[in-house]
Design a protein around this ligand. Structure first.
Ligand SMILES: *Cc1c(COP(=O)(O)O)cnc(C)c1O
Length: 358
């Protein structure tokens, strides 16, 4: 068996231990003679798997009791619409902070439901920083922001204060990478395929008092209140993805929880950024204080060398380093499951490549 270092932004690398355990349990989960994929979602075995996954996630994030944890489908993209459908509460207006491609998409989708006001934007400098001055309307239903922009590599390192207005975070690409004070947010959501588990599962953590106000016509599977009342099983959930996510939660606990994984992520990202800053051959344009620990975009001095860089990396077993088409260059996504050795190998290769072509 040979495993490569996968720097994909998502679907992304998963912990080897998790994949191995899922493999061991594939044909016979805990003596049931069944794969989890074959189980009824209403059976006692799967109910146990689901309950444990929720409990472990609540433990990791210290989710307060007045928040519901939902295991949904449709990806983060469906949340772009589902959030206004549920949270507008008849107000007809919502404020958005725009820091890159994903928050732009969230705005576009929300515009179908309400009057959207852009409370802050970093477009003036090509989405290379996290704006701190937000011009929020006092009567907005909520404020939405993307706490880690996966494409531009911009991360909010603290939770902005919007007083009593519900704050909504698209945390798809950095959830579980660091401790998070859930109580400062009204709703947090994340597609699983970045830092949680397989694609097909979306996690929503929502303050209970914000639910139960879905607009007329909201499908029942998209109504947070109804899903919460049904333990996310109003219909068949993404059972296998929930099981693998549950294994990832247990893996995170075994690593020492989010404070421990945060240290690991700081070490990995510092190694890479330090090298980017030392070299005049490579460049990352994001303001230092707002750089993402999970997604590190960088360019080479000469874009004509991009292909050679990617091919050389692939030869050494480092894949998916190509940057998003909207920004070009490279992007190394270094989620929880990326070992330090992967980043060390990448930096060593970058030095070697620069020595040859610089
Ligand atoms: C990947 C991503 C999305 C889209 O996720 P889907 O699950 O594909 O809908 C939205 N927001 C952010 C920040 C992302 O990284």
């Amino acid at each position: 068996m040979s495993r490569i270092f996968n720097f994909s932004a998502g679907p992304a690398v998963l912990p080897e231990e998790v994949l191995a355990r899922a493999g061991d349990e594939m044909l016979d989960w805990h003596g049931t003679g069944m794969c989890v994929m074959e189980m009824s979602h209403r059976g006692k075995e799967f109910m146990l798997i689901a309950a444990e996954a929720e409990k472990d996630l609540r433990d990791l994030l210290a989710v307060p009791a007045n928040y519901k944890v939902l295991f949904l489908q449709g990806g983060a993209t469906l949340q772009f619409a589902q959030i206004p459908m549920n949270l507008l509460a008849g107000k007809g207006k919502a404020d958005y902070v725009v820091t890159g491609e994903w928050s732009k998409k969230a705005v576009k989708e929300a515009q179908a439901y309400c009057d959207v006001h852009v409370a802050a934007s970093s477009e003036d400098r090509g989405f290379t920083y996290a704006p701190s001055n937000w011009n929020v309307r006092p009567d907005t239903a909520y404020v939405h922001y993307c706490s880690n922009e996966t494409i531009g590599g911009v991360e909010f390192h603290s939770i902005p204060d919007v007083k009593n207005i519900p704050l909504v975070a698209d945390a798809s690409s950095h959830i579980l990478s660091r401790p998070l004070d859930v109580s400062k947010l009204g709703l947090i959501y994340a597609g699983a395929q970045k830092n949680i588990g397989p694609a097909g599962l979306t996690i929503v953590i929502v303050r209970e008092d914000l639910t139960g106000k879905a607009q007329k016509g909201t499908p029942s599977v998209m109504d947070y209140k109804q899903q919460a009342a049904a333990d996310s099983m109003l219909n068949t959930p993404a059972t296998y993805a929930m099981y693998v996510a549950g294994l990832v939660f247990k893996w995170l606990k075994a690593q020492g929880g989010l404070a421990a994984i945060e240290k690991h992520n700081i070490a990995k990202s510092q190694l890479l950024y330090d090298h980017l800053d030392k070299s005049s051959f490579y460049k990352n344009s994001v303001d230092k204080k707002d750089r993402s620990r999970m997604n590190v975009p960088f360019t080479l001095k000469d874009a004509a060398l991009d292909d050679a860089f990617l091919k050389g990396a692939e030869k050494l077993g480092m894949v998916q380093l190509k940057g998003h088409r909207s920004v070009g260059g490279m992007r190394a996504s270094i989620y929880n499951a990326m070992p330090l050795a992967g980043v060390q190998q990448l930096v060593a290769y970058m030095k070697e490549f620069e020595a040859k072509h610089g």
